[in-house]
Ligand binder design. Structure first.
Ligand SMILES: Nc1ncnc2c1ncn2[C@@H]1O[C@H](COP(=O)(O)OP(=O)(O)OP(=O)(O)O)[C@@H](O)[C@H]1O
Ligand SMILES: [Mg+2]
Length: 276
């Protein structure tokens, strides 16, 4: 991803779900807080003369896991960047509904978007390799409402990912790929998100770790009552946990499947996406 967010500016960083922060503070797992939703309508975006997204519309309903499926260079990360305020669409709208309030995201800064309760686990994880596991996690607790509950959030993060507690003093760059992916997920949770965006969690992982990572995303969604949009190339793994999904081809939504079954059985998906 040529334009990927550096860590210091990354949404994942600016955002840490206050795991223990409670609904009032938009905390992750906020008991009683209704899950949030995300709507993208007619978004066009690009880089100079390169048009990367054309008329993209999708909906992530409250509490759903939605898969954004597409092979290399089709616009998945570009859409993630637009949602996080890292790239401004040239047309269209992006709205999040959180705690009954609708927020227009276009025109807001990444920090504001994180503060609303939206967090990104960026493609390639974007950890600080020379900082420890714990230091990386703390960088995720940047969100205003998460700062006051850092200790509880860290604790909650360590109980969700016991391996991170064991390795808290280890340099992030010396962790295995699977452990680094857990760290990237943990860091995103440190800002208490209500909507979690995950960009290609399977990249660079062995098949068994891909499977564990995908299972973990599902577990996090349930535990913290998140709404999840996950970009993936790994169709079979993504549809295991997706409630529904979209296939993106050359920057346009080529197919919308309202259930995993529909995605699995659709001829267009097989042709466009799986090349069958
Ligand atoms: N910073 C950039 N400058 C110019 N073009 C870019 C930039 N970032 C992405 N693109 C182009 O935009 C298009 C969509 O790229 P994007 O990274 O969104 O795809 P993707 O689906 O995330 O791919 P991948 O699976 O490889 O991560 C591609 O044609 C890509 O070359
Ligand atoms: Mg990408």
């Amino acid at each position: 991803m040529a334009n990927s967010p550096g860590l210091p500016n990354s949404p994942g960083l600016a955002s840490a779900p206050g795991l223990a922060n409670g609904p009032a503070a938009n905390g992750v797992g906020a008991s009683g807080a209704a899950p949030s939703s995300l709507t993208v309508t007619g978004v066009d975006a690009g880089y100079g003369s390169v048009r990367a997204l054309e008329g993209v519309s999708l909906a992530v309903s409250p509490g759903q896991t939605v898969a954004l499926l597409g092979t290399n260079g089709n616009g998945k990360s570009t859409l993630m960047k637009c949602i996080m305020g890292m790239l401004r669409p040239s047309a269209g709208a992006i709205q999040a509904e959180i705690d009954g309030k609708t927020h227009d995201l276009v025109g807001r800064t990444t920090e504001e978007i994180v503060d609303l309760g939206i967090s990104l686990v960026p493609e390639g994880r974007r950890l600080f390799p020379k900082l420890t596991v714990e230091e990386n996690l703390l960088l995720g607790a940047f969100r205003r409402s998460a700062r006051s509950a850092i200790e509880q959030n860290l604790d909650s993060c360590y109980s969700t990912f016991p391996v991170l507690r064991e390795r808290r003093r280890q340099l992030a760059g010396s962790m295995s790929g699977g452990e680094q992916q857990m760290l990237a997920l943990g860091r995103a949770l440190m800002s208490c998100p209500r909507i979690l965006l995950v960009d290609e969690p399977s990249v660079g992982l062995a098949p068994i770790l891909v499977s564990r990572t995908i299972d973990k995303i599902q577990e996090l969604k349930e535990k913290f009552r998140l709404t999840v949009l996950m970009a993936e190339q790994n169709f079979n793994q993504a549809v295991r946990i997706a409630d529904c999904g979209y296939v993106i081809v050359h920057g346009r939504i080529a197919f919308e499947g309202t259930s995993a079954e529909e995605l699995n059985n659709n001829e267009l998906v097989r042709k466009f996406y799986l090349g069958l």
